[in-house]
Design a protein around this ligand. Structure first.
Ligand code: SF4
Length: 342
């Protein structure tokens, strides 16, 4: 079982101490006996402990920077929401195919932003622009926010903030089961709490440092019982020997565990495995022993953002995935909505 994250090393930007959350976090880490260093800016962090890239990468993944979010311009977040709301960046998990590996490049440490009210103010402006349309905010574009929230409770505040809003909704996804502090948040049904799930084989070989499937399911049950709208992102859908059976078992376990009332308003998002050439290089550097299949010649090239092409499954394989997983969802969760396959 993965324990709730505790950083090995904490950096604090001086301005963070002007915010209540900054002070609280520093006091908390002092009490926990975690080493705390000052840094003028996270960009100045150079000398992380470790003799080589491999070790430094692992140290960075357990380093937390307490700082400020300077850019309050939100990115768009299609297809699941209108905007990405930035409360944190980085993750302590070690999923081989993590999308953050390429976007965060040489800075894989985790950053938490303490100017939370300023982030809410920016969200308010985005909502005002779209009123009376609803605006959905995705909180997990740059981190697994649930994985660090037992330390910061920022997400809990955000859930309650959107719980009170008329035109905003929050959503996020996690591979972590440490949800207990979020169960009594006053969400008012305005937050969709999603879990990223996969079959046992995939979680075992490619998702070290995250909660196991049964733990995520137990957490999903608690979340459903707390009345949150619930969802699952099956991602990345990865073809391996026995994948059909693996995914079938996964859906059977979900169906057996979830309370019936949660299955009435349940969403699934389906995302096939993909990689880019830069991602492949980073994966092979950080996880040299990975069993992940990254052979371009077996895949279909697809135009991607910023002109970087991505390698997805061939058309027939994509159809097979859609039919197989779509079939399981229809069988086990006939009332659920498949939001997209990509
Ligand atoms: Fe990346 Fe999510 Fe895994 Fe964290 S849990 S390493 S964010 S894929």
């Amino acid at each position: 079982m993965v324990k709730p994250f505790v950083p090995q090393l904490v950096y604090v930007e001086p301005k963070a101490m002007e915010y209540p959350l900054g002070k609280q976090l520093v006091n908390k880490f002092e009490d926990m006996g975690v080493e705390i260093r000052q840094t003028t800016s996270h960009n100045q962090i150079r000398n992380l402990p470790g003799d080589n890239h491999f070790q430094k990468y692992r140290t960075a993944k357990s380093t937390l920077v307490v700082g400020l979010r300077k850019t309050l311009k939100f990115d768009t977040s299609k297809p699941s929401a209108e905007y990405a709301i930035p409360f944190a960046t980085g993750c302590m998990g070690h999923c081989h195919y993590c999308y953050l590996q390429t976007t965060m490049g040489s800075k894989p440490y985790i950053r938490t932003y303490v100017n939370v009210d300023e982030i809410f103010d920016a969200a308010e402006e985005y909502m005002n622009e779209r009123m009376p349309e609803l605006t959905r905010f995705e909180a997990s574009c740059t981190s697994d926010i649930v994985g660090i929230d037992h330390l910061t409770h920022t997400l809990k505040r955000a859930i309650e903030y959107f719980g009170e809003s008329d035109f905003g909704q929050l959503r996020f996804v996690t591979k972590f089961a440490h949800v207990d502090h979020l169960l009594d948040a006053k969400h008012n049904g305005r937050t969709r709490f999603r879990f990223s799930v996969n079959d046992e084989y995939i979680i075992k070989y490619f998702e070290p440092g995250t909660s196991r499937l049964h733990e995520r399911i137990e957490a999903a049950v608690k979340v459903a019982e707390a009345g949150y709208p619930l969802g699952f992102i099956v991602a990345p859908i990865y073809i391996h020997d026995g994948w059909q059976e693996g995914y079938k078992e996964m859906f059977e376990k979900l169906e057996a565990a979830l309370p019936k009332k949660a299955t009435k308003d349940l969403t699934f998002e389906l995302i096939q495995h993909r990689f880019t050439k830069p991602a492949k290089r980073v994966i092979q550097e950080n996880y040299p022993m990975t069993k992940l299949e990254l052979d371009e010649s077996k895949r279909k090239w697809k135009w991607g953002r910023y002109g970087i092409g991505k390698y997805v499954y061939q058309n027939e394989q994509q159809e097979d995935i859609k039919d197989t997983l779509g079939g399981y969802i229809n069988t086990y969760f006939p009332d659920a909505k498949i939001e997209y396959f990509t």
